[in-house]
Design a protein around this ligand. Structure first.
Ligand SMILES: Nc1ncnc2c1ncn2[C@@H]1O[C@H](COP(=O)(O)OP(=O)(O)OP(=O)(O)O)[C@@H](O)[C@H]1O
Ligand SMILES: [Mg+2]
Length: 298
C-alpha cells in the first residue's frame, strides 16, 4: 500500500476535494483505496458517504488514534476511516505543545503515532492506495501523517499571501523537509498544485512571484510544466454531490475538458508514486496463483 498525504498549512484550498476526486478515480481504475479523514470538519467523510460507493471502517479516526483497535476491512476495496468530530478535542488539545525539535520527537513517540502506525501496517495488505485528507492547521496530526506517508501533495491558491503557508508546509518544524530529514527519509514531496486557478492578472502575478520564490517545489508534468487545476463549478458541484467528475462528462461538455486536465494530474500522481508498477506486479502475482485468470484450466 502506498500512502499519500494531501496537506498544506492553509484552509479552503481543495485538500478534501482532491482527496475525494482522486479516491473515486483510483477506485474506478481498479485500485483498492482507503481514505483517512484527519479533519474534524469531516468534508471528505461526508462527500464520500454521499457517493454511496465507500464503506466506513468499523472504527472512527479518533478511536484508531487514541486506542489500539483491531479492524478488518469488509473486502469491498473502498473504505474510509471516518472523521467523528472529536479528534481536535481529544488529540490535538492534549498534544498542544510548543513546537521545537524535541516536541516533534515527542509527537513521533506518542501513543497516537504508534496506534496510527499499527493501523496503517494492518491495512497494508488490504489496499493499494491510502489517501489521507489533512487538516488546515499544522499540529500533531501533520507530524503523524508525514512520518508514515510515502508522498505528500499540497494544493495551494495562487495568491501572494500563499507563500507563508507554503513555507510552513515545507520548512516549518512540522514541515515536510524537517520531518523527512528527522524520521522519514523516503518521504516524497510531489509538490504544490495551484488549484481554483483563474486567468486573472492577479493570479498571473501571484504565480510569477511564487514561482520565483519556491518554483522548484511546484508539481510539474513530465515536460516540466506546472500542473494547474482550474476553478470550475463542475468540481464544486461534484464535490457537493459526492460524485466523480468523470461520471458527469457525458452530459456536461465543460466538465469533460476539466476532467481531461484533472485526470492527467491524477495519472501523474499514480506514476510518481510508483503505483502502476505495484498494481501490475500484484496483478501478475494474482494471475499466477489463480488458474481461472490465467486460463490454464480451460
Ligand atoms: N478547482 C475547483 N473549482 C471549483 N471549486 C473548487 C475547486 N477546488 C475546490 N473547490 C471548492 O472549494 C471549497 C473548498 O475546497 P475543500 O473543502 O476541498 O478545501 P480544503 O482545503 O479541504 O478546506 P479545509 O481546509 O477547510 O479542509 C469547496 O466548496 C470545494 O468544492
Ligand atoms: Mg478539507
Amino acid at each position: 500500500m502506498k500512502t499519500l498525504y494531501i496537506g498544506v498549512n492553509k484552509g479552503g484550498v481543495g485538500k478534501s476535494t482532491i482527496t475525494c476526486q482522486l479516491a473515486l478515480y483510483a477506485r474506478s481504475q481498479g485500485y483498492k483505496v482507503l481514505v483517512v479523514d484527519l479533519d474534524d470538519q469531516a468534508n471528505a467523510t461526508n462527500c464520500l458517504h454521499r457517493s454511496g460507493k465507500v464503506t466506513p471502517l468499523s472504527k472512527t479516526v479518533t478511536e484508531v488514534l487514541m486506542q489500539n483497535v483491531a479492524i478488518v476491512p469488509d473486502g469491498s476495496g473502498f473504505n474510509i476511516l471516518a472523521a467523528d468530530g472529536h479528534l481536535n478535542n481529544v488529540l490535538v488539545e492534549q498534544a498542544r505543545v510548543k513546537v521545537e525539535v524535541d516536541n516533534v520527537q515527542t509527537e513521533k513517540s506518542s501513543i497516537a503515532h504508534q496506534n496510527f502506525a499499527s493501523f496503517l501496517a494492518a491495512m497494508d495488505e488490504h489496499f493499494d492506495l491510502c489517501i489521507i485528507d489533512g487538516p488546515p492547521s499544522l499540529d500533531i496530526r501533520v507530524t503523524i501523517a508525514l512520518t508514515l506517508a510515502d508522498a505528500v501533495l499540497s494544493p495551494i491558491e495562487l495568491a501572494q499571501e500563499s507563500i507563508e503557508g507554503m513555507s510552513n508546509t515545507l520548512y516549518g518544524q512540522r514541515g515536510v523537509l524537517n520531518i523527512k530529514s528527522l524520521f522519514n527519509q523516503d518521504l516524497q514531496f510531489l509538490g504544490f498544485v495551484p488549484n481554483m486557478v483563474q486567468s486573472t492578472a492577479q493570479q498571473r502575478n501571484a504565480f510569477t512571484e511564487l514561482n520565483e520564490r519556491i518554483g522548484q517545489h511546484f508539481f510539474t508534468n513530465n515536460e516540466g510544466v506546472v500542473a494547474l487545476i482550474p476553478l470550475r463549478s463542475a468540481i464544486s458541484e461534484c464535490q457537493k454531490q459526492g460524485v466523480s467528475i468523470a461520471d458527469i462528462t457525458k452530459s456536461n461538455t465543460m466538465a469533460r475538458t476539466t476532467w481531461t486536465g484533472l485526470r492527467k494530474i491524477f495519472d501523474l500522481i499514480f506514476e510518481r508514486m510508483g503505483l502502476e508498477e505495484q498494481s501490475l506486479e500484484e496483478q501478475s502475482l494474482n494471475n499466477q496463483s489463480d488458474p481461472i485468470k490465467t486460463g490454464t484450466d480451460n
